[in-house]
Write a protein that binds this ligand. Structure first.
Ligand SMILES: Cc1cc2nc3c(=O)[nH]c(=O)nc-3n(C[C@H](O)[C@H](O)[C@H](O)COP(=O)(O)O)c2cc1C
Length: 360
């Protein structure tokens, strides 16, 4: 497919994501994580420690703006603006897919935003399917060309299968990720894009020693649903609608990830994260960092840089409220806060306990 089509498709995606109904009907199931209110917390808000280590640096808040492509016209503005928000707030930022740079290195300035985020964590992004098409040195070069701290590799098989131009080849992806991991000295993050990571997939990622996983679970932006709004997908528009609510809810993926990976691995909870309370619930389940995509994009498009900074400040306040009201002085303490799990989440966890987890 000519790369001009990639750019057109990305602009179309951006319009659909901002104007149409693109979220799962199902929820993240984070509402099934009920924190117990402590009316005598013995803590002061200013003393709460919400810092966390990530890619060798320290974030002021356990938040990340996850990868979003902006299409040809908007990519640079989006990447620069969000990188500035991230630097200002001490949170991490990942650019959208750099695939277009493989054929058009002249678009590198749209992604090269290190000047906007001189001290913070900046990550590149590529699809895992590209790892079976191009050498790992080339992919590592994409990260190097924007002076990124590491590379996100996204998995999106459901979306690919409902795009007319999407990939149909998914054999060898784990191998490709393992080679990139080796080439980049472990500085990679493996993510979904809104359909979540099952216990089986997480186990496979563990076998190659993936150090950072972003579950990007179901409950927020659904990429099958996004594709159902694109007439250019022809007959696949119907299949996209059929699979609109496909995926593993975010809370389920996070819980599974923490049970599978040891404490050295970093787990990012994303997919449908809307509030700082969502972040707190995910952290209690075992996440280290909460990732936000569409909600940040909307804020940026509607209220610009200043509005987005204010929004992140609000998220921070909500996280701190949850910490104070559970008597948690830092994120380690929050992970141990008492919780009650609702039935929807427990149904998943009970089923996992009953199945062996093998399907191949
Ligand atoms: C406009 C837009 C573009 C996106 N582009 C990418 C991308 O290029 N690479 C990627 O890994 N994920 C991409 N994503 C997926 C997000 O990183 C995230 O995993 C997903 O949207 C779920 O999070 P949310 O519910 O907070 O939106 C994109 C999301 C949006 C909204």
């Amino acid at each position: 497919m000519p790369d001009t089509l990639i750019s057109k498709r990305k602009s179309e995606h951006l319009r659909i994501v901002s104007d149409d109904d693109v979220t799962h009907h199902g929820t993240t199931l984070l509402e099934d994580v009920k924190l117990l209110h402590q009316a005598l917390p013995e803590l002061d808000v200013e003393e709460l420690d919400v810092s966390v280590k990530f890619f060798g640096k320290t974030l002021s808040l356990p938040f990340m703006i996850t990868s979003m492509t902006g299409g040809a016209e908007y990519a640079e503005q989006l990447n620069r603006g969000l990188a500035r928000v991230a630097e200002n707030m001490g949170i991490a930022f990942a650019v959208g897919s750099q695939r277009v740079m493989l054929r058009h290195p002249e678009v590198t300035p749209q992604f090269a935003v290190r000047k906007e985020i001189p001290t913070g964590v900046l990550l590149g992004n590529i699809g895992a399917v590209q790892l079976i098409e191009v050498p790992v040195d080339t992919v590592a070069g994409l990260a190097e060309s924007i002076d990124a701290d590491g590379m996100c590799v996204h998995l999106n098989p459901a979306q690919e299968l409902v795009q007319l131009e999407g990939s149909r080849r998914f054999q060898g992806l784990l191998d490709g990720i393992a080679r990139l991991l080796d080439r980049m000295d472990g500085k990679i993050l493996v993510k979904e894009t809104g359909a979540g990571l099952s216990p089986q997939t997480l186990e496979r990622l563990k076998t190659i020693g993936a150090p950072v996983v972003d579950v990007a679970g179901a409950g927020g932006t659904s990429w099958t649903k996004v594709e159902s709004h694109r007439p250019t997908n022809g007959p696949l528009q119907r299949s996209a609608e059929v699979f609109a609510d496909w995926g593993v809810p975010t809370a389920v993926s996070v819980y599974a990830a923490r049970g599978i990976f040891d404490e050295n691995a970093c787990i990012i909870a994303s997919g449908g994260m809307l509030t700082g309370l969502d972040a707190a619930r995910a952290i209690v389940l075992g996440a280290d960092i909460a990732g936000y995509a569409r909600v940040i994009l909307k804020e940026f498009m509607e209220h610009g840089y200043t509005g987005t900074v204010q929004f992140v400040e609000t998220l921070a306040h909500e996280l701190k409220m949850a910490m104070l009201l559970t008597g948690s002085s830092n994120l380690r303490a929050l992970k141990k806060a008492p919780i009650v799990l609702g039935q929807g989440l427990r149904d998943y966890l009970d089923s996992f306990a009953r199945t062996s987890g093998e399907n191949t």
